[in-house]
Design a protein around this ligand. Structure first.
Ligand code: ADP
Ligand code: MG
Length: 400
């Protein structure tokens, strides 16, 4: 229902981000205590998903170790983390395939923690797509509607719309085996969006595709999400994917959220060494008892005799390694004051051969202080393990 409203609003020219800002401005994400008490209209400002104190262990393993998150309606939200960090378990808790040991799951302001999967207004797109091999594209896509006994004419219309949305018009008679990997991916997506769920959960949906197709599908997925206005919760271990597609992302480590923020927040201001290392290249130095991080593209390599720009911090070092990456060249520099930095340079002026010849050379590097960012030395997960049971308020959770 809200997804339909979102589509209508989007057609009038608003973006999902604008709508979210409006929703947030209207209610700050908080629900008035008496909302619904008089059977009044539902409060639009309730987040699409609210997770509170969510925990799930398998034996000794805390797969989800206390997660609090709020995801706004219409948001493209990504859970990013290494393999085994609890992303799939968290999605399964939201979908209702697993029951939490503690905590709650709310969808659109309603507590669904005890509800079975079919009673929740969410759909999941699995990594292996799970298409029915004996059914045609049309039958696969309309399956959910048949189960819900939607009338045939309505069903066909909605299937056609969904196939249009994923650009598969004309493929409705084919069987999954007659499709490419990317087309199967689109069918899986159409099969989920045809049900118009409030929330779509996607578990590494592009994992099986090769790089080029994956990059195309990233753009497609983002377009589709913008057009249908459904809240997407997207799981990936691929940082580039997360940065490209998300409105906001949560970085996971060992079942806990290390940081929540926009791609720019998380990339430019990583809250912990773990985040700094997982997103982008880890450039963490210890200077004066502080751990600072600086992104590779902000570091300037000074040519012989070149003056550093005024106000910048200069250190000397030696180029340990040079990697030619086509568009860029990556330099690994061991610094005299201790630590190693990776810097990248666009291959605009430098010829490849010249760049590769730089290995072993002494070099000066420069950066501006405002381009460095102080990070906590350890990750939130390991800090929590050490500080239990009474962990102090941890600024590492960052904005959000
Ligand atoms: P991710 O999706 O981030 O790779 P998972 O949520 O699949 O992580 O797994 C988190 C942790 O929980 C891992 O250590 C994994 O081995 C464990 N785990 C997940 N599901 C089960 C299960 N059904 N039984 C036992 N351990 C599990
Ligand atoms: Mg997983």
């Amino acid at each position: 229902m809200a997804a339909t409203t979102a589509v209508a609003t989007l057609r009038e020219g608003g973006t999902a981000a604008e709508m979210r800002e409006e929703a947030m401005a209207a209610g700050g994400g908080a629900r008035p205590a008496d909302a619904g008490a008089a059977g009044a209209v539902p409060v639009a400002a309730a987040p699409a998903v609210r997770l509170a104190g969510l925990r799930k262990s398998y034996g000794q393993v805390a797969a989800v170790a206390g997660v609090d998150l709020q995801i706004a309606e219409g948001e493209f939200f990504t859970m990013l983390g290494p393999s085994g960090s609890g992303k799939t378990t968290l999605l399964r808790l939201i979908a209702g395939f697993e029951r939490p040991d503690a905590g709650s799951v709310e969808l659109g302001g309603t507590d669904v923690t005890r509800d079975p999967p079919y009673a929740r207004d969410v759909n999941t797109v699995f990594q292996d797509y799970a298409l029915f091999p004996h059914m045609s594209v049309l039958e696969n896509v309309e399956y959910g509607l048949r189960v819900r006994r939607v009338a045939k004419a309505d069903r066909r219309r909605r299937v056609q719309q969904a196939l249009e949305m994923v650009r598969l018009t004309g493929f409705s008679g084919r069987k999954p085996i007659q499709l490419s990997g990317g087309q199967r991916q689109r069918v899986a997506l159409a099969r989920a969006i045809v049900n118009e769920p409030e929330v779509l959960l996607l578990d590494e949906p592009l994992g099986a595709l090769d790089l080029k197709l994956r990059q195309e599908m990233q753009v497609e997925l983002k377009r589709i999400q913008r057009e249908v206005g459904i809240t997407f919760i997207y799981v990936t271990h691929d940082q580039e994917e997360a940065l490209t597609m998300s409105d906001r992302l949560a970085v996971f480590n060992q079942g806990s959220v290390e940081q929540v923020g926009t791609p720019i927040d998380v990339y430019e201001h990583p809250a912990s060494e773990f985040v700094a290392g997982f997103i982008g290249i880890s450039n963490v130095l210890e200077r004066g008892g502080r751990h600072i991080t600086i992104r590779p593209e902000k570091i300037r390599l000074l040519a012989d005799g070149e003056q550093a720009p005024p106000g910048s911090h200069v250190e000397s070092g030696r180029i340990e390694d040079v990697v030619y990456l086509g568009m860029l060249t990556r330099y690994v520099i061991a610094l005299a004051e201790g630590g190693t930095l990776t810097a990248v340079r666009q291959n605009m002026e430098t010829a490849a051969a010249e760049a590769l010849g730089a290995r072993g050379r002494a070099v000066s590097v420069a950066w501006r202080d405002e381009q460095t960012y102080e990070v906590k030395g350890e990750s939130r997960a390991s800090a929590a393990a050490l500080a239990a049971p009474a962990a102090p308020d941890d600024p590492a959770t960052g904005p959000g």
